[in-house]
Design a binder for this molecule. Structure first.
Ligand SMILES: *Cc1c(COP(=O)(O)O)cnc(C)c1O
Length: 242
């Protein structure tokens, strides 16, 4: 048999992951940390299950992120999820919380007290405590979800009173920047927020995750304290939206 196009794509995923892991390790060391202090998430939106399964079973991916509730629910039964952590990373509407809470290990995209409250309420119903990250709109962009920088600190006390969520840290998607220096400013700001909150004693907060860095900027993110990078297109190739 000749090598098919599909084999090429599987090989590309393996090669991409090798290269990305090398880059992560190098940046971790540059930032004064150990390579395994930084976790790699494979972002699987629009990617079909055979490629995701390849990344899991052949390349050791143990953390995946999906953006949409419906997409994750329709793929999950065909995924080889044994030992794999699943995070929701896309904007979540309150009316879909109930559907996703039983199936994911973390919701990284909590962007309001209202959403946090619904997650807590639905988690109580099924006897779960949901790990969450608070998403910060660090660039203050109209088009983006996430807590506004100014309102964010006011919300923390209310959120820390919710019984069935465990707030593990922060997540952000910075604005598109013209230079590495500019994006590094945003990551540095996030790192400051993260350390400030971590140093205080909020109930239900156990900060150990700073989720930032995607295909185009993960090295800069790691230099500023990221310990979870969310990478999609550099692993699986450019996304094709249907
Ligand atoms: C799509 C997405 C990513 C991955 O983006 P790439 O540029 O493809 O690596 C990371 N985080 C979130 C929240 C996303 O929606």
């Amino acid at each position: 048999m000749t090598t098919s196009l599909f084999d090429d794509r599987f090989n590309a995923i393996s090669e991409n992951l090798k290269r990305i892991r090398d880059d992560i390790n190098e940046s971790a060391v540059k930032s004064g940390r150990r390579p395994d202090d930084v976790r790699l998430m494979a972002v699987t939106k629009t990617v079909s299950v055979e490629y995701i399964n390849h990344a899991i079973t052949e390349c050791g991916i143990d953390l995946i992120g999906e953006n949409k509730v419906q997409e994750f629910l329709s793929k999950k039964d065909d995924l080889k999820l044994n030992g794999v952590e699943k995070h929701l990373i896309g904007h979540l509407q309150t009316n879909k919380v109930k559907k996703i809470v039983p199936y994911v290990d973390m919701i990284q995209s909590v962007d309001s007290y209202k959403l946090a409250k619904v997650i807590s309420d639905e988690s109580i119903k099924i006897g779960k405590t949901m790990d969450v990250l608070l998403e910060v709109n660090i660039g203050g962009e109209e088009s983006k979800t996430g807590f506004d920088k100014s309102q964010f600190f006011d919300s923390l006390y209310e959120i820390s009173d919710l019984p069935a969520i465990n707030v593990k840290g922060l997540m952000t998607i910075p604005p598109i920047c013209d230079s590495a220096a500019e994006v590094e400013n945003y990551f540095a700001m996030m790192n400051d927020f993260y350390n400030e909150i971590k140093s205080k004693d909020y109930k239900n907060f156990a900060f150990d995750i700073l989720s930032m860095g995607m295909s185009g900027d993960f090295k800069e993110a790691i230099l500023h304290g990221s310990n979870l990078v969310r990478i999609g297109s550099s692993i699986f190739g450019a996304r094709i939206y249907k």
